[in-house]
Design a binder for this molecule. Structure first.
Ligand code: PGA
Length: 252
């Protein structure tokens, strides 16, 4: 079993290329990029190339925050996986709750996007998570099972080699409310059990499951100490190099 921790930033709709260059110049001064963990950043499409160039020489993986599933065609406004790969990026965040809630991404779309991402040899970071109403109605596991079943439909254990899951309770995103490490661990353990049932034990043991939702320098270590939490997807605290450096350098 080897699950290398993955700390991923998600800039959402923040930063121009100039700001991305400035950010990476700062980050490089603040961290040694410890070899026992991986670092990734989801950046806006127009800053992909600048971010790849600015992070050159570091182990940082640059990620897109969405993808369309066709390779090319008359799809105004969309960006394909081969286009993302051609920038030198290495990953794509898929099915973020903001995409599901504000832009209509469905489970079927998530599935097509993961497929296209794998075909372009990029690492998909597939987001799942329940809303507050769903948690309060005791539907958390059902909601996650449905999102996972739809998002990973048709995949074999071999397809899962590079897939990363990110558990992001919607009520904890950008709200300052973090799931307690114990609450997050309960869900992560459930997702791992689901992976064992849907695929096999090796997939369950090897798939990284990130936690996201108000991860900050002062709560990352406690979250990361949980057995089934293999990393973090960080929004707000990834915008400043100083706070993100503290997150990636957490004491294991
Ligand atoms: P947050 O965002 O860290 O600002 O809560 C997390 C995310 O949406 O990925």
């Amino acid at each position: 079993m080897s699950r290398k921790p993955l700390l991923a930033g998600n800039w959402k709709m923040f930063k121009t290329s100039a700001q991305a260059r400035e950010f990476f110049a700062d980050l490089i001064k603040l961290t040694q990029f410890k070899a026992d963990r991986e670092v990734a950043f989801g950046v806006p499409f127009p800053t992909l190339e600048a971010s790849v160039q600015a992070a050159h020489g570091t182990p940082v993986i640059i990620a897109a925050q969405d993808v369309y599933w066709e390779n090319e065609g008359a799809f105004t406004g969309e960006v394909s996986a081969p286009m993302i790969a051609a920038t030198g990026a290495g990953a794509v965040i898929i099915g973020h709750s903001e995409r599901r809630q504000m832009f209509g991404d469905t489970g079927e779309w998530v599935n097509k996007k993961v497929k296209a991402t794998l075909a372009a040899k990029l690492m998909p970071i597939v987001c799942v998570g329940e809303s507050l109403a769903e948690r309060e109605a005791n539907k958390t596991f059902d909601v996650l099972d449905t999102q996972l079943t739809e998002g990973l439909a048709g995949f074999t254990p071999a397809d899962m080699t590079t897939v990363v899951i990110a558990y992001e309770p919607v009520w904890a995103i950008g709200t300052g409310k973090t799931a307690t490490p114990e609450m997050a661990e309960e869900v992560h353990a459930h997702i791992r059990k689901w992976l064992a049932g849907r695929f096999d034990q090796a997939v369950a043991d090897n798939t990284r499951i990130l936690y996201g939702g108000s991860v900050k320098p002062d709560n990352v270590a406690k979250l990361m100490s949980q057995a089934d939490i293999d990393g973090a997807l960080v929004g707000g605290a990834s915008l400043e190099a100083a706070s993100f450096a503290k997150i990636i350098d957490f004491d294991a």
